[in-house]
Design a protein around this ligand. Structure first.
Ligand code: F6P
Length: 371
């Protein structure tokens, strides 16, 4: 769309796994778009499904009230993508149907709140469907490329750190090893940050493959020093050194890692934390328990830091849309919120560099990283 055409109506959708501060971000988009720039907003229900199936709801200024502290998303969400959409028993490319509905709704732009998969889907609608899209980086995993941080991360990290605090007292009382499984898909940001903040003794993240013997030795060492309990913060996507070698071989062969797309959730799998706990109990002789935090990390009231980030990103998205600046993701960079071309973001993932300063900090306070 040319920058000269006045933007009058924006569709807003939330896609991928939900996270805290989605509603706070919707609020910021609508309050700024409608309240400050005079642009109407329409809520698209359940992510890209709502666009394909033409399911919408009103998103007026009054609808945007009371959302700042509310968990979840009033728009509903899903991991569906227009280009591979389930219709009956078939998977069809419904891109054109989504485009038709966008036109029927008289939208001048589509604001998509989502993680890595959403960036890709929005980019697809832009390049293949010619839609005006603008995206915002959402996910507890903090793995969206191009932004310092995603909204939802701070809340999930706070929940996980508080869980570690609580596990400390019971671990100490029972002289146990406590493995706490933390979400994050294939990225270790959440486990690393919560682990350091919560004072975990061992932190295992996907980016640093671990050796079970090294972890067991660290726990036995602690025991010898009279510290008769240990907290192991383990990311759901961790890999042993052997698994990492295998994965690297597969990647070389060109096999796509199915978990590389955050909108392609798989069915239930035995958590690696359970295997880890069993092996640690065998190797250390210490009683070991597992706590999987799971979706608790995605629920409830967002922290003030996430509300601030949501408000900054959401209002900036509305401002950019009002000027007709589409085809970008609004990224948090220092104190600013800047537009980053979607083509730079789509298909990339931000993982923890093994030499990241927080990894160094963890090591310097004596945390075993498993390597
Ligand atoms: O991407 C967010 C996330 O919570 C990941 O941390 C986790 O791997 C995944 O979603 C879980 O997905 P689902 O809600 O489909 O179980």
């Amino acid at each position: 769309m040319g920058k000269d055409k006045k933007v009058e109506c924006l569709g807003v959708l939330t896609s991928g796994g939900d996270c805290p501060a989605l509603n706070a971000t919707i609020r910021a988009v609508v309050k700024a778009a409608t309240g400050a720039f005079g642009i109407d907003c329409v809520g698209i229900l359940d992510g890209f499904s709502g666009l394909v199936e033409n399911r919408t709801r009103s998103l007026s200024l009054s609808d945007a009230s009371g959302l700042l502290t509310m968990g979840g998303t009033i728009l509903g969400t899903s991991r569906e993508k227009p280009q591979k959409f389930p219709v009956g028993k078939e998977i069809l490319d419904m891109t054109q149907v989504a485009v038709d509905h966008y036109n029927e709704l008289h939208l001048d732009g589509l604001v998509c709140l989502g993680g890595g998969g959403t960036q890709k889907n929005a980019y697809h609608l832009m390049t293949e469907g010619g839609l005006n899209v603008i995206t915002l980086p959402k996910t507890i995993d903090n793995d969206v490329w191009g932004t310092d941080v995603t909204f939802g991360f701070d809340t999930a990290m706070t929940i996980a750190a508080e869980a570690i605090d609580r596990l400390h007292t019971t671990a100490e009382s029972h002289h146990r090893v406590m493995a706490v499984e933390i979400m994050g898909h294939n990225a270790g940001w959440l486990t690393l940050a919560a682990g350091v903040a919560g004072g975990a003794d061992v932190i295992l993240i996907p980016e640093i493959p671990y050796s079970i013997e090294k972890v067991a030795d660290a726990i036995i060492d602690r025991n010898r020093q009279g510290k008769r309990f240990s907290i192991v913060a383990v990311a759901e996507g961790v890999m042993t050194k052997e698994e990492a070698k295998e994965a690297a071989k597969e990647a070389k062969k060109g096999k796509k890692n199915k978990k590389g797309d955050d909108e392609e959730a798989e069915g239930w799998q035995e958590p690696k934390s359970i295997r880890l706990a069993r092996q640690l109990q065998e190797l250390t002789g210490l009683e070991t328990r597992v706590t999987a935090l799971g979706h608790l990390q995605r629920g409830g009231v967002p922290t003030p830091a996430d509300r601030l980030l949501a408000s900054r990103l959401g209002t900036r998205a509305a401002e950019l849309a009002s000027k007709g600046e589409f085809g970008v993701m609004v990224a948090a960079r220092g104190e600013d919120c800047v537009p980053v071309p979607l083509e730079e973001v789509a298909g990339k993932k931000k993982v923890v560099p093994p030499d990241h300063p927080l990894v160094k900090t963890a090591r310097l306070v004596g945390v075993c990283m498993g390597d």
